[in-house]
Write a protein that binds this ligand. Structure first.
Ligand SMILES: NC(=O)c1ccc[n+]([C@@H]2O[C@H](COP(=O)([O-])OP(=O)(O)OC[C@H]3O[C@@H](n4cnc5c(N)ncnc54)[C@H](O)[C@@H]3O)[C@@H](O)[C@H]2O)c1
Length: 431
C-alpha cells in the first residue's frame, strides 16, 4: 500500500467509477466519489452499494476511512491531485457516443491554481482527448494535465480486473502526467502501455472490437455447425488449443449485450464512418450479433409452431452472470420479439430486474418460471442453473422444450431427463 496516498476525485458512481474509487482507496489513496444522483450518494454514505458487483461491498467497507461521497463538485475537487472521469457515454440516435456528461464534468471543473491531472476512464471516441485539451486551454486551464486511462474491466469481475489487469494503458500529451498516473497505480503488477492520447483511446475501442469479432465469429461457426451437423463446443475446444488463437471468447450463444460492447461497436463504426471509412468487418460483427439474438425465435417457432399464446420462460435477464446490469441484454431483445409474436413471457433472474420490460412477468424461482411453460430458454449462464433439478421440472411444463442459449447444460443429460433440448451450434433436437 503506497505511503504517499494521493487525493483522487472520481466523477461517476457507476460500475466503473465505484470500482475505480474503491480500488484506488485500497491502494492507499484518499478518494472522493462524486455523482449527480443524490440517492446514489445517500446509499453509499449509508455504507450500502447501489449496484451488484462481486467484492465491491467488502472493498468499500474496508476502505471507508479513505472514501467519501458527494454530489458537490467543489467538495470533490478540493485538494484533489487527480480527477477521474467515469461518467456514462451512451449511444445517441446516430450511433455516436453521447459525450454530454463528459463535457459537463470538464466544464464544471472549477478554476484550480495547483496542478491536477484529469484522467479519462470513460470510453470515448478517438479525438476526444484532443478536444478536451483544447477546451481546458481555452478556459485558461493549461496547467491542468490530461491523460487517457481507459478501463478494460468486465462487470462481474471488475474488482479483480482492476487490481490484476492484463495491462494499464496511459495516453498523455505530457510525459509528466503519464508518470503521475503510472505512480498512482503503484502496487498493481501489470505492464504499462504508454501512448499518445489518440492511440490510448483507440486501444480501448479496438480491444472491444476484437473481442466482439471473436464472439460473432464463433456464432457464425455455430450457425454453420447447425447446418452441417458439427458441434461448435467441440470445434471451439479444438481451435482454442491453438496458441495463435487461444480459447477465450469462443463460446457460441445468443449474442453479446451489455453496456459496453454494443455501444462501443456502434461508436467505432460511427467514428470510422465520420472519417470517411467503411469498417466492413465491424459492420458484419454488429449485424451477426443482431441476427444471433433473434435466432432463438426461429428455434422456438420450429419446435412449437406459432408462438401466439405460448408461455415462454426466460432464464436470466442480466447480460451476463454475476451482474445486475441489463443494458442491451439479449434477454430484453428476446422478450420484445416474443411479446411481438403474441407469446406470454415469464422471466427469472437471481439479481437483475425486468424493469422496463413491459408485459413480462418476473418470478423468483426457476421452478415457478418453468411451471406450465411451453418452452424454457436459458439466456444467461447463471452458475446456479447447473444445480437445478431439471428432471423434476420436465413434468411441470406444458411442453418440455428447452433452448440452451449459452450451451451451458449437458445435452445428453437434458434429453435423458425428457427435454426436447436444443442449443446453439450443436446437434439438432431429437424430440
Ligand atoms: N460498465 C463497464 O463494464 C465498463 C467497462 C469499461 C469501460 N466502461 C466505460 O466507463 C464509462 C462509465 O460506465 P459505467 O458502466 O460505470 O456507467 P454508469 O451509467 O453505471 O455510471 C455512470 C455514472 O455517472 C454519473 N454521472 C453522470 N453525469 C455526471 C457528472 N456530471 N458528474 C458525476 N457523475 C455523473 C451517473 O449518474 C452514473 O451514476 C462509460 O464510458 C463506459 O463505456 C464501462
Amino acid at each position: 500500500m503506497g505511503e504517499q496516498g494521493k487525493r483522487v476525485a472520481v466523477f461517476g458512481a457507476g460500475y466503473v467509477g465505484l470500482v475505480t474509487g474503491a480500488c484506488f482507496a485500497e491502494l492507499g489513496h484518499r478518494v472522493t466519489v462524486r455523482d449527480v444522483i443524490p440517492e446514489k450518494i445517500a446509499i453509499l454514505e449509508r455504507g450500502e452499494v447501489p449496484i451488484y458487483e462481486p467484492g465491491l461491498d467488502e472493498l468499500l467497507e474496508r476502505n471507508r476511512q479513505r472514501l467519501t461521497f458527494t454530489t458537490d463538485v467543489g467538495e470533490a475537487i478540493d485538494g484533489a491531485e487527480f480527477v477521474y472521469v467515469a461518467v456514462g457515454t451512451p449511444p445517441t440516435f446516430s450511433g455516436d457516443a453521447d459525450l454530454s456528461a463528459v463535457w459537463t464534468v470538464i466544464d464544471e471543473l472549477p478554476p484550480v491554481d495547483h496542478r491536477i491531472v484529469v484522467a479519462m476512464k470513460s470510453t470515448v471516441p478517438v479525438g476526444t482527448g484532443a478536444k478536451v485539451r483544447h477546451r481546458l486551454d481555452a478556459r485558461g486551464l493549461g496547467h491542468v494535465g490530461y491523460v487517457s486511462n481507459p478501463e478494460f474491466t468486465a462487470e462481474g469481475t471488475a474488482v479483480k480486473d482492476f487490481m490484476e489487469p492484463d495491462r494499464i494503458v496511459i495516453g498523455s500529451f505530457d510525459q509528466v502526467d503519464a508518470d503521475a498516473v503510472a505512480a498512482l497505480h503503484e502496487g498493481i503488477d501489470a505492464p504499462i502501455v504508454r501512448a499518445d492520447v489518440a492511440s490510448a483511446e483507440m486501444i480501448k475501442l479496438a480491444a472491444n472490437a476484437a473481442l466482439m469479432t471473436r464472439i460473432s465469429f464463433i456464432n457464425e461457426i455455430a450457425n454453420v455447425c447447425e447446418a452441417t451437423g458439427a458441434d461448435v463446443v467441440k470445434v471451439a475446444e479444438g481451435i482454442g488449443y491453438d496458441r495463435r488463437i487461444g480459447n477465450s471468447f469462443l463460446r457460441a450463444g445468443v449474442g453479446f449485450g451489455g453496456s459496453c460492447f454494443p455501444k462501443d461497436s456502434l461508436a467505432l463504426k460511427q467514428l470510422a464512418a465520420n472519417s470517411g471509412y467503411h469498417f466492413q468487418v465491424l459492420n458484419a460483427v454488429i449485424e451477426v450479433n443482431e441476427l444471433q439474438k433473434r435466432r432463438v425465435i426461429g428455434k422456438l417457432s420450429e419446435l412449437l409452431g406459432s408462438l401466439r399464446g405460448k408461455r415462454i420462460a426466460l432464464l436470466g435477464l442480466a447480460f451476463k452472470p454475476n451482474t445486475d446490469d441489463t443494458r442491451e441484454a439479449p434477454a430484453f431483445v428476446l422478450a420484445g420479439r416474443l411479446l411481438a409474436e403474441g407469446a406470454d413471457v415469464v422471466a427469472w433472474d437471481p439479481i437483475a430486474s425486468s424493469d422496463g420490460l413491459h408485459g413480462v412477468e418476473q418470478v423468483t424461482t426457476v421452478e415457478e418460471a418453468a411451471r406450465d411453460a411451453d418452452a424454457v430458454v436459458l439466456v444467461t449462464e447463471w452458475p446456479q442453473l447447473r444445480d437445478v433439478d431439471w428432471p423434476a421440472i420436465v413434468a411441470t411444463m406444458r411442453r418440455p422444450v428447452f433452448v440452451d442459449g449459452r450451451n451451458m447444460l449437458d445435452p445428453g443429460a437434458m434429453r435423458g431427463a425428457g427435454f426436447t433440448y436444443d442449443a446453439i451450434g450443436r446437434a439438432a433436437p431429437t424430440g
